[in-house]
Write a new protein. Structure first.
Length: 368
């Protein structure tokens, strides 16, 4: 290849890269739909194949698996919003009562008495705290209503993901056979190996991440129940633990997402409780409303996940160097945000498989 052709190819690559970057926002929803559809297909594929082996009907297997999954998700979301609404209603009624105003005033006075004069001036008066609590509840309700109001786009994307997932699950093996037909005979073995390696990379990574997320959710739930036995009075424990586990699917976020609602609920439920306000962590560190207990618990869960669970169940599933993982996470976050971070590692694993096969072909082209 002469130098001029190399320059042309380099310029073409730059132009295509720029066009891909510029058009990404327009195609982002379609990309998200296709990626989620492919991921769900990978998750459910073995179960569908297993049911098909017994029933001899692939469509029945797809219907059974997706019906169970969708029903579980709907029941969980419905129960979550029902319990969340009950929690908001309980606290809203609480802040309307005179006893709450008295409890907040006592809390303000006690906090000031425990702090040096310089810091005590920073503690707001009780009426300001009550106003902040009321404004917080109003903003929370408005955000929930706004979230429900914008649910149309989410429902549409979810519906499209469901449709694409159904099609892929039913036609997956036919689609793969059709793809193989386009591979030239001399590259057939390499093509089959590439498809197999990509499937293995994604499925191993997803299985590992799901198991790790489930472990984090279980550990968070157990930790919150233990705190409740000590008097933390945290409600929505199962939902908070589940949120922590799901958040763990996004690298570098981990179970800390579950820490915020746990702290807020602990404060809301314990205002006016003197024993909760004067609680000490290990009988040494002041931990009003069990705030530092909750932080420590989630830190322990995070360390267990980082040092034991993830290396054990995810391990070297994609075979990437930790520095490369950090770089692809940053790039994914810059391109699509949290979703980009979620998909960055398996996408990098697929790219690694493709590059390794391309390098193999270029080195052994004389033998093909």
């Amino acid at each position: 290849m002469d130098p001029l052709q190399k320059i042309y190819r380099l310029l073409l690559l730059v132009v295509l890269s720029f066009l891909s970057w510029a058009t990404l926002p327009f195609f982002a929803p379609l990309i998200v739909i296709l990626i989620f559809s492919f991921l769900f297909t990978t998750i459910f594929l073995q179960a569908v194949d297993y049911i098909e082996g017994y029933t001899k009907s692939r469509t029945l297997g797809v219907v059974l698996i997706l019906s169970i999954s969708i029903t579980t998700i709907i029941l969980f979301i419905g129960s979550f919003f029902s319990n969340l609404g009950l929690q908001i209603k309980t606290f809203t009624n609480k802040i309307q009562k005179d006893s709450f105003a008295i409890a907040v005033e006592n809390l303000s006075l006690k906090t000031k008495s425990l702090l040096p004069d310089f810091f005590s001036n920073w503690v707001p008066e009780s009426d300001k705290i009550i106003l902040l609590a009321k404004n917080f509840m109003i903003n929370l309700l408005q955000n929930i209503l706004s979230l429900l109001g914008s649910a149309g786009n989410f429902i549409f994307i979810s519906f499209m993901v469901l449709i694409f997932t159904i099609i892929l699950l039913i036609e997956y093996h036919d689609f793969k056979r059709s793809l193989v037909r386009f591979i030239p005979n001399k590259y057939l073995e390499i093509g089959l190996r590439t498809i197999y390696n990509i499937e293995q990379q994604i499925s191993k990574y997803l299985r590992g991440q799901i198991l790790a997320a489930s472990s984090v959710a279980l550990l968070s739930i157990i930790g919150l129940f233990i705190l409740n036995t000590a008097g933390a009075n945290i409600t929505l424990v199962i939902f908070i633990g589940t949120i922590a586990g799901l958040a763990n699917l996004i690298p570098m976020v981990g179970p800390f997402i579950g820490m915020v609602p746990a702290i807020l609920i602990a404060i809301m439920n314990n205002v006016g409780n003197d024993s909760a306000f004067t609680h000490y962590l290990f009988n040494i560190i002041p931990s009003p409303f069990f705030i530092f207990d909750i932080i420590l618990m989630f830190m322990i869960v995070q360390q267990i996940d980082n040092n034991f669970i993830t290396p054990l169940v995810v391990g070297e599933s994609v075979g990437l160097h930790p520095m490369v993982v950090m770089i692809v996470l940053i790039i994914g976050g810059m391109l699509i945000g949290p979703l980009g971070m979620l998909f960055a590692i398996p996408a990098a694993g697929v790219l690694k498989v493709l590059l390794s096969e391309i390098i193999f072909i270029s080195k052994n082209s004389h033998l093909l």
